[in-house]
Structures are given as structure tokens and as C-alpha cells.
Ligand binder design. Sequence first.
Ligand SMILES: [Mn+2]
Length: 266
Amino acid sequence: MARRRLRLLHTSDVHLGAYDSRHGDGVRRQELHDNFSRVIDVAIVEQADALLIAGDFFDNARVFEETLHFAADEIARFGRTTVIGPGNHDHVGPGSVYDRVDLTERAPNLRILRTPKGERIAFPELDLEVWGTSHTERDAHYRPFEGAPGRGEAPWQIGIGHGHFLGPNALLHGSFHIRAEHLEATGLDYIALGHWEHLTRVEAGEGVVAAYSGAPDALSGNRKGHGGHVLVVDLCEDGSVRLEAVPVGEGDRIPHDQLPYLPAMD
Ligand SMILES: [Mn+2]
């Protein structure tokens, strides 16, 4: 049965507020803001139906209140369905950044996954459901997709998760493990991953497409300040999922078949 065509935009690890300080020149703070505004610009230009933010949207719980307002106002400028899946930097435990200001007052189009064990949000007007768990503070044993439920009711089933995919040389003493078999077991159409600054599609088994969009503005590495990529995710009528990376700053678009790809660990 044919499904309706949908276009998603996937970003993560924006780390808004990472440079909120009363000292210094504020240049990096402005770059972070500008690069998130460019993400919103891409979402508008590419006519995305929904925006997925896969964690570490805010850098910490003490960011300036004006940073929270900026974030909400930019999401409101996009104006379409937006879902945040909180990461380790913007966890939903006690003292959560999301308890400070109700972002949805300024951005009624925003939903936040706030249930540590996972919740599914339905968007019937888009034939879409989005599922994801949420980080709480200091739970190193948290596994974003372990024991995830299968598909829900809607034609399009999307997941959001924030953690370390276990590739061939993964360090098993690390935190927030995401295993390829966990991703495959969800049966979801697309899984938007966050926690890594670099754009990478990962092995997720038969019928499941999963990728890290990478950060729009890497806090480390040689692209600092210059912008990374966002992922345009096309959910096609035949059920297939096609990705395209769009640069946030300067750079080239990267088609699905040329995206960096990481297989699962042996
Ligand atoms: Mn993270």
C-alpha cells in the first residue's frame, strides 16, 4: 500500500548555550546561534514537513534564558512539527533545562520526548509517529534502543536516540551503547541518531535506515564554527527512505549513496 510522501529534517548536538558567558567577545556564541538559524533556514527552503532534533540541543541546564527564548523562537519560525529527543547534555532528570522555561509556549509546534523509558508521539495529520527514550542524568548504563517496542499504528514510524553506535572498533566501556541489532529490532523506517559530531550512516539491519546528522557547528575538530551538515530524510511513497546531507555553512550536498557509512561491530 502506498504511503504519503514525507520529508524530515534531522539535526543534533547543536549545543546551544555552550559559550554563554558574561566574559569574552561572544563570537562563538553567535556562531552557534547563526548555525542553528541556518538549520531552520534549510528546513524552510527544503520544505521539510517535520524537524527532528536528536539530543544535546542545549549544552547544559544553566544556559542564558535568552538562549532558551532564541531556540524556541527559531523553532516557531520553522512553524511545522518539531520533536526534540533529549541527550546527555539536555537530559530530562532533576534540574533539566526543559524545566526552566516552557519552550512550547513560544513554539506551539514543538514536542519534547520526556519519558525516560520511552514514549510515542502521534502526528495523525502527517501519518507519522515518533518514538524515543530520554536521557536522565548520570545513567551510564542507559541504552537508548534496548527493549524498544516495535512499530506503532501510523504508516510512518520514526525513532530518535542519543548515544554511541557500536561500530567495528567500538570501546565497550563507553556509555549509551546503541547496537545494530537493537536498531533492527525496532522495525522503524528511520532512526535519527545524535551524540556524534560527524555525519555518519550506520548499519541498522534489513529495512531500517539510521544515521547521525552530526552537529551543525562542531564544538571540536577542524570545522569548529564553520558548520557541519543536516540530513534531509525523504520518506517515499514506496516505503523507501532516502537521505541527503545538506551543508549548514559552505560545502557540498552529499547524496545517500556517498554518505560516510559505519558497519556494526563483529
Ligand atoms: Mn551527547
